[in-house]
Design a protein around this ligand. Structure first.
Ligand code: MG
Length: 415
């Protein structure tokens, strides 16, 4: 079995409501590129990466000369072909490789009749726990969902998510409003969920001093970790010196060079591994085993996945012995998926590892076509733009004070 063709399709799938974060917003939908690798026996393997459009699709297809005739099981050769570290100075292909590796593991698994996680050593768990990913949301006229900004509104949203999905860890995507507003919300969540774990993640929006002040303000809560309170490895080191909450990152340790520095200099406690940012499921797993060796925590990051990438996250979570925390997923914000059978189900805050070979999910081609058409109709959006704040740009660390409306959480916060 060798690779015969590679296809790429951009889709956009609606969210229940637009999600606000420190750099901008997700405008009510996610945009993803679905990668299909076809072998010479007509089998398909599926991969996924963030963003899309003609240039992304062309970038995927341009790798066909590298891939044609390659055996999908030869994954280490694939890494060097596509992601040679020196050639990468000129060709940044980390996320392209991630989607291709996902598709090759799917294909190879289907050929051998084994799951993707079996290619990593097998599953140590069959159900993967997830955290509630809680955002400040704009209201959505079509679904009637969203519009939460005040502490009691966020608590009601979190209670609804817990009722629907069973989450026992609650992660607030902060950094959108002034830091003191996030502190108020965290205290309200702690009061509403005394038995559950909390996380605060402002996406690196605060200065070291702001981050230390917020860290001290929430230190008494049942915090699991304090995620990217500031930007940069040195900033994270400084915050860690002063705040007695384990720190975590998905932004400043995203490759093996940074991982080595972080461990050597003891900079961050928990690394959230992403099956696209790190260059693929196998690369994320490898990083996890390095963390295990040095007894640092590993968690699973979410970059706005549909079902294919979610499956890769499930296989990562299943294979990592040191998964010490519930995984992140934006998945519960989606209204639909492109996989056969529709959205995967949560049970008691967990999702079952798919049982089929490869990634264990199949793409519903009618849904793929439907959401490809939707992308053609509505186009993409910029992660660092906010439809509720036209003319605003995130500039750190002043951004939260540049817009007078954001000094008070309740002013100008709804569309
Ligand atoms: Mg994060």
């Amino acid at each position: 079995m060798t690779i015969a063709d590679i296809r790429a399709t951009t889709v956009t799938v609606p969210l229940e409501a637009p999600l606000r974060h420190s750099m901008g917003a997700h405008w009510g939908r996610f945009v993803r590129t679905i990668v299909e690798i076809v072998d010479d026996e007509g089998r398909s393997g599926w991969g996924e990466l963030g963003g899309g459009g003609e240039s992304a699709e062309n970038a995927v297809r341009s790798l066909l000369p590298y891939l044609k005739g390659h055996d999908p099981l030869q994954l280490e050769q694939l890494r060097w072909k596509i992601m040679n570290p020196t050639a990468s100075l000129y060709n940044n292909r980390t996320q392209l490789h991630a989607a291709i590796e996902m598709a090759c593991m799917d294909l190879a698994g289907k050929r051998l009749g084994v799951r993707a996680c079996d290619l990593l050593g097998g599953a140590v768990r069959e159900r993967i726990p997830f955290a509630a990913y809680i955002f400040y949301r704009y209201g959505d006229e079509a679904t009637g969902a969203g519009g939460e900004t005040a502490p009691d509104e966020i608590v009601a949203h979190a209670q609804d998510l817990k009722r629907r999905y069973g989450f026992t860890t609650h992660k607030l995507k902060g950094g959108h409003f002034a830091p003191d507003h996030d502190v108020e919300v965290m205290r309200a969540l702690a009061q509403a969920f005394p038995d559950d774990l909390l996380r605060l993640d402002p996406n690196g929006a605060w200065s070291v001093e702001q981050a230390i002040r917020v860290g001290h303000a929430i230190e008494g809560l049942k915090n699991e970790y304090f995620e990217d309170p500031t930007w940069g490895l040195e900033g994270m080191r400084r915050v860690r010196q002063f705040v007695r909450i384990p720190t975590a990152t998905n932004t400043v340790v995203v490759n093996f060079e940074q991982l080595a520095q972080s461990i050597r200099h003891d900079l961050v406690d928990v690394v959230l591994l992403d099956t696209t940012f790190w260059g693929g499921l196998r690369q994320a797993h490898k990083a996890g085993t390095v963390l295990e060796t040095f007894q640092y925590g590993a968690s699973v990051h979410s970059s706005g996945e549909l079902g294919i990438q979610l499956a890769s996250m499930l296989h990562l979570g299943a294979a990592l012995p040191n998964l010490g925390s519930a995984a992140d997923a934006h998945y519960h914000h989606l209204t639909d998926d492109i996989i056969v059978g529709g959205k995967m189900a949560y049970r008691d805050g967990m999702i079952d590892l798919p049982k089929g070979p490869g990634l264990g999910v199949e793409v519903d081609r009618a849904k793929l076509a439907e959401y490809a058409e939707l992308y053609k109709a509505v186009g993409g959006y910029a992660y660092d733009r906010d439809p509720g704040r036209p003319g605003w740009f995130s500039t750190i660390p002043e951004m939260h004070y540049a817009d007078p409306a954001l000094k008070t959480a309740h002013v100008g916060s709804r569309r």
